[in-house]
Design a protein around this ligand. Structure first.
Ligand code: ADP
Ligand code: MG
Length: 252
């Protein structure tokens, strides 16, 4: 566990109020309330189909909630005057499957959004990309194509690309599920380093050991509600709810 003190004392950066999402008749999220403190690392666990991805996608407006609010720094991201690029810049996301552009180099992949959003000149974006590649330990890969890299290296480029926009919060949706254990380990190490650097992160993960080690708080989501939340020790080792115990008995 890394930032317990910081998490308990620092200010709320993300607040979720009675978040609901229906797909047709299916109520996928049925009232989620939570707050995330600046620098906090929150792991979301739960059975397949419980709404974990939908929850993350509502946090950066890849899905429009049916009702409820998401406040970033006290500002409702669903308000009419908030534009999507601003939200996506502030709340970065890394997915299970890689979405690097195969025809661009690693550095160009990282430079793309900062240049397109006119936040940086090409020279600035190139320097930022090089700095970020140092941070994810891929400094020598700047001018390679994604296909020359391993899956774990590509996922670290995807993390660097999200970081290029200097997000306030990073979301990870099973970012290591498609990788073999060694490569998953490399990516998890990168995420751990981000945690130590104070990045606020919400991670959907099946890696219970990782959740135990890195997170300040674990949310157990089932049936579209937070069934149980607390420190990793509370939720993973001394769960109170029968549903949590049942889930953990199958995955641990
Ligand atoms: P998890 O990530 O926990 O496995 P998801 O959030 O992906 O769960 O999905 C929760 C439920 O919402 C599932 O029943 C899924 O079929 C449904 N769902 C997710 N996205 C859509 C969509 N775009 N359209 C219709 N149903 C969806
Ligand atoms: Mg999912």
């Amino acid at each position: 566990m890394i930032q317990t003190d910081a998490a308990s004392t620092s200010r709320t950066i993300l607040e979720v109020r009675d978040l609901r999402k229906n797909f047709g008749d299916e109520q996928v999220l049925r009232g989620i309330d939570t707050r995330v403190a600046e620098g906090e690392v929150v792991c979301v666990i739960g059975p397949s189909g419980s709404g974990k991805s939908t929850f993350l996608r509502c946090l950066n407006r890849l899905e429009v909630p049916t009702s409820g609010q998401v406040l970033l720094d006290g500002r409702d991201i669903g308000a009419a005057n908030v534009d999507l690029p601003t939200i996506r810049q502030a709340i970065g996301m890394v997915f299970q499957h890689l979405f690097l552009f195969p025809n661009l180099t690693v550095a160009e992949n990282i430079m793309l959004a900062p240049v397109e959003l006119k936040r940086m000149t090409r020279d600035e974006a190139r320097r930022t990309a090089e700095d970020l590649l140092v941070r994810v330990h891929l400094a020598d890969k700047a001018d390679h194509r994604p296909a020359d890299l391993s899956g774990g290296q590509q996922q670290r480029v995807a993390i660097a690309r999200a970081l290029a926009l200097e997000p306030q919060v990073m979301l990870f949706d099973e970012a290591t599920s498609a990788l073999d254990p060694a490569m998953a380990g490399e990516v998890l190490d990168t995420v751990k380093e981000l945690a130590h650097q104070g990045m606020t992160m919400i991670l959907v993960t099946h890696e219970m050991g990782f959740a135990r080690e890195v997170s300040d708080r674990v949310l157990f989501l089932a049936g579209g509600v937070i069934v149980e939340e607390g420190t990793p020790a509370q939720v993973l080792e001394r769960p109170v709810q029968a549903r949590t115990r049942d889930f953990l008995s199958k995955v641990l």
